[in-house]
Ligand binder design. Structure first.
Ligand code: ATP
Length: 210
C-alpha cells in the first residue's frame, strides 16, 4: 500500500528539526512522499510572526532540497479557523486507498485532546509521533490513553492499513525550535545550518524576524 506522510505546522520558519524528522520518518515508514502543510494560523498558539506567503515561500524553498518532499498550500484556501481534521478529511477523500501518516512532535501530540474532532482523526490517518527534545511522551491524560489503545510497536501497520494506529518513531533528537530560531535571528545571530540554505536566503533577503 502506498503510504503518504503529512506534516502540518505553522513553519515560522521551517527548520532542520522539521526536515530531518520528516526524512527519518519517511525512511522508517517507507513513505512515498512527505507533504508539508503550512497552516495560516494555529488555533492553539499565538499568531505567526511572518505572513502566510513568506512562510509558504520558505516551505517551498526547503522542500526543493529533497525529491520526495512536497509543499501543499491547501490550508490557505480554507476559511479560518483551519482545523487539522478538515484538511486531513480533504486529503483522505483524494486518496481513498492510501495509508496516510500524520507526523507530529511529542509536544504537539501531548495536546491532542485540544485538537478539533481529535477522536475522529485516527479514522482518517495514522499518527507518527517523533520524540522531540524537551517534551516527553504523555504519561497520563487523553493522549496517553489514546497511545495505549492505538499504539503499535513497529511501523509495519503504516503500510498495511490506511489509518487508525499511532507509531512513536525514534528520530535523531534535534533541539531546534521555531520560537528559539526567531529569537536567535532577532538577536542578530546567523541561522546558518539551523535552516536549509535557501530558507536562510529568504530570511536574509526579506529581513524576516529581524
Ligand atoms: P515552536 O518553536 O514555536 O514550538 P515548532 O518548531 O514546533 O515551533 P511548528 O511549525 O509549530 O514549529 O511545528 C510543526 C510540527 O513539527 C509539530 O508537530 C512539532 O511538534 C514538530 N517539530 C518541531 N520541531 C521539531 C523538532 N526539532 N523535532 C521534532 N519535531 C519537531
Amino acid at each position: 500500500m502506498e503510504a503518504i506522510g503529512l506534516f502540518g505546522g505553522t513553519f515560522d520558519p521551517i527548520h532542520c528539526g522539521h526536515l530531518r524528522t520528516a526524512l527519518e520518518i519517511s525512511q522508517i515508514g517507507s513513505l512515498s512522499e512527505v507533504r508539508f502543510l503550512p497552516w495560516p494560523t494555529h488555533a492553539l498558539r499565538e499568531a505567526p510572526s511572518v505572513g502566510g506567503t513568506l512562510r509558504l515561500d520558505m516551505v517551498r524553498a526547503a522542500v526543493s532540497c529533497h525529491p520526495t518532499f512536497k509543499a501543499d498550500d491547501r490550508a490557505f484556501s480554507r476559511e479560518l479557523p483551519v482545523y487539522t481534521y478538515d484538511v486531513l478529511a480533504e486529503i483522505r477523500s483524494e486518496h481513498p486507498l492510501a495509508s496516510l501518516c500524520f507526523l507530529s512532535g511529542t509536544d504537539s501530540f501531548a495536546r491532542i485532546e485540544k485538537w478539533h474532532r481529535w477522536r475522529e482523526i485516527l479514522d482518517l490517518v495514522h499518527i507518527v509521533v517523533a520524540h522531540r527534545p524537551g517534551s516527553d511522551l504523555p504519561r497520563s491524560g487523553a493522549a496517553y490513553d489514546l497511545l495505549q489503545e492505538r499504539g503499535v510497536c513497529t511501523p509495519d501497520a503504516l503500510r498495511t492499513s490506511r489509518s487508525g494506529h499511532i507509531f512513536v518513531a525514534s528520530v535523531t533528537p534535534l533541539e531546534i525550535s521555531a520560537t528559539a530560531l526567531r529569537q536567535t535571528i532577532k538577536a542578530g545571530v546567523d541561522p546558518r545550518f539551523l535552516v536549509p540554505e535557501p530558507v536562510r536566503d529568504i530570511i536574509i533577503e526579506k529581513s524576516c524576524y529581524g
